[in-house]
Design a protein around this ligand. Structure first.
Ligand code: SAM
Length: 273
């Protein structure tokens, strides 16, 4: 902990005149965290609607694309470099009521399969961490973004509480480029690419809290304990990369809960517009 308290707690204070049960009850009170789906309120605030075409870059199997098509009636091009994601995503879209509005395309943020100025909004959730050259990526986004359009970026960044060794392991196990964890490097790249920040929401731990409270998230602490105790058996059973990915994924959430990582949502527009 880096909190600057007046000094160490004494044994008298630790076990003294306070009620443990009341303290537990206080911590059982929800702080009403916003769920991850609150990102769509930002999309709504940008006026996205029927007639607009949205790029979901790094859209995996197109889940967010389907959610936006359903909620806003927009068309979505969901681009991802992993063939299995595109194939599975096309199957899912084929069975979804709004799947006809979502086009899943193999591609990458460095080479977006679209014409100049094709999109009124670019949506990028939790994917820039994988990108080696942010300048190339943001230039390419600038190319496909229509005049007056916005780019919505969700990303998870390191805070001062993340130790260098923790960052090194986390990045290595999750195919994350270490520089992408830095707010300063990200914001400098945004300016270099000719964008400016229209809004910033430091979501922090809220989405992780909300998924825990809703019972939607796995028990990541328990996962880490099991990953550690049964390492050899689980590496043999799952394979090394899946083992490391599961470990990193659990830490990704735990670190957000304990403030070593923080989620941020940026809305970018072209500078001076
Ligand atoms: C953590 S997942 C996030 C998926 C989705 N955006 C979401 O929030 O559920 C990261 C995604 O980024 C994709 N990705 C990795 N490198 C990429 C690149 N160079 N260009 C575009 N997408 C990329 C991965 O294939 C993966 O689907």
């Amino acid at each position: 902990m880096n909190e600057a308290w007046s000094g160490p707690v004494t044994v008298q204070e630790m076990y003294g005149d306070w009620d443990y049960e009341s303290a537990v009850a206080a911590l059982d009170r929800s702080l009403s965290p916003r769920p991850a789906a609150s990102i769509f309120e930002v999309v709504e605030s940008l006026g996205v609607g029927a007639g607009d075409v949205v790029l979901d870059i790094g859209g995996r199997e197109g889940g967010d694309g389907l959610a936006m098509a359903e909620r806003f009636g927009c068309r979505v091009v969901s681009v991802d470099p992993v063939t299995a994601n595109i194939e599975r995503g096309r199957e899912i879209a084929g069975e979804h009521e709004y799947g006809h509005l979502v086009d899943l395309q193999l591609g990458s943020i460095e080479q977006i399969p679209a014409a100049d100025a094709a999109f009124q909004m670019i949506f990028s959730r939790d994917m820039l961490g994988h990108i080696e050259d942010l300048d190339i990526a943001l230039d390419e986004c600038g190319r496909v973004l229509a005049e007056g359009g916005h780019m919505l970026i969700h990303e998870v960044f390191a805070t001062d509480l993340l130790e260098p060794e923790e960052a090194r392991h986390l990045c290595a196990d999750s195919a994350t480029v270490p520089d992408r964890m830095s707010v300063a490097i990200f914001e400098a790249a945004v300016a270099t690419a000719g964008f400016e920040v229209a809004s910033l929401d430091v979501v922090g731990s809220e989405w992780s809290e909300a998924s825990q409270e809703a019972g939607r998230a796995p028990n990541y602490m328990l996962q880490v304990a099991r990953l550690r105790r049964a390492k050899q058996q689980l590496v043999e059973e799952l394979g090394e990369a899946p083992y490391r990915a599961m470990y990193a994924n659990a830490l990704w959430s735990i670190y957000q809960m304990i403030g070593k990582l923080e989620s941020r949502v940026y809305v970018l527009r072209r500078a001076g517009t």
